[in-house]
Design a protein around this ligand. Structure first.
Ligand SMILES: CC(C)(COP(=O)(O)OP(=O)(O)OC[C@H]1O[C@@H](n2cnc3c(N)ncnc32)[C@H](O)[C@@H]1OP(=O)(O)O)[C@@H](O)C(=O)NCCC(=O)NCCS
Length: 146
């Protein structure tokens, strides 16, 4: 699911004239929280684990970044969200993978104790269908040798 599009500004740029990695992680963490809220009736999610965070390619000021989320695990009190971030060029309509990571979010009550996730099955199905449709277009057959 495309969760959001954002613009990278000069103020987000770190020492190497590229987006500060911590800034990207913060944006992805918020997207994981939004995604968890979209597929459930729970009010609050907290991040318990971040894994396989990979910065594939640098991001620069002026870039438009897109955040795509896929539910990779629907647990009892937790949800695992795979996030893919792409730079989108509206002139060429091209997209480039820049960052990916897996976020595990836990639904919590007012006392910050885990509570069961109240799933929205229609949203889970929508997220799955949308992911399959999008990645089918990305999977190009490998050229045969010989
Ligand atoms: C998230 C938190 C409430 C979980 O508490 P806990 O006592 O470990 O809870 P539980 O053992 O009942 O586990 C709750 C869920 O988290 C999952 N979980 C716990 N630790 C995990 C880990 N290290 N990796 C992956 N999942 C984990 C469990 O598998 C369980 O999911 P499930 O019910 O779908 O199977 C607690 O660890 C916490 O408050 N952490 C700090 C959160 C925080 O401040 N985040 C940063 C700001 S948002």
């Amino acid at each position: 699911m495309l969760i959001s599009r954002e613009m990278v500004l000069d103020q987000n740029i770190g020492l190497n004239e590229t987006l500060f990695g911590g800034d990207m992680m913060s944006r992805m963490d918020k997207v994981a929280g939004i995604t968890s809220a979209l597929v459930s009736h729970n009010r609050v999610f907290v991040t318990v684990k971040v894994s396989e965070l990979i910065f594939h390619s640098p991001v620069r000021a002026g870039d438009i970044i897109e955040f795509y989320a896929t539910i990779t695990r629907a647990g009892n009190t937790s949800v695992t969200v795979q996030i893919e971030v792409k730079v989108y060029n509206p002139v060429s309509n091209a997209r480039k993978d820049v960052t990916s990571g897996e976020f595990t979010m836990v639904a919590v009550d007012n006392s910050l104790h885990p509570e069961p996730v109240l799933w929205k099955p229609d949203m889970l199905k929508h997220a799955k269908d949308e992911h399959e449709a999008r990645t089918a277009g990305e999977k190009k057959p490998r050229p045969r040798k010989g």
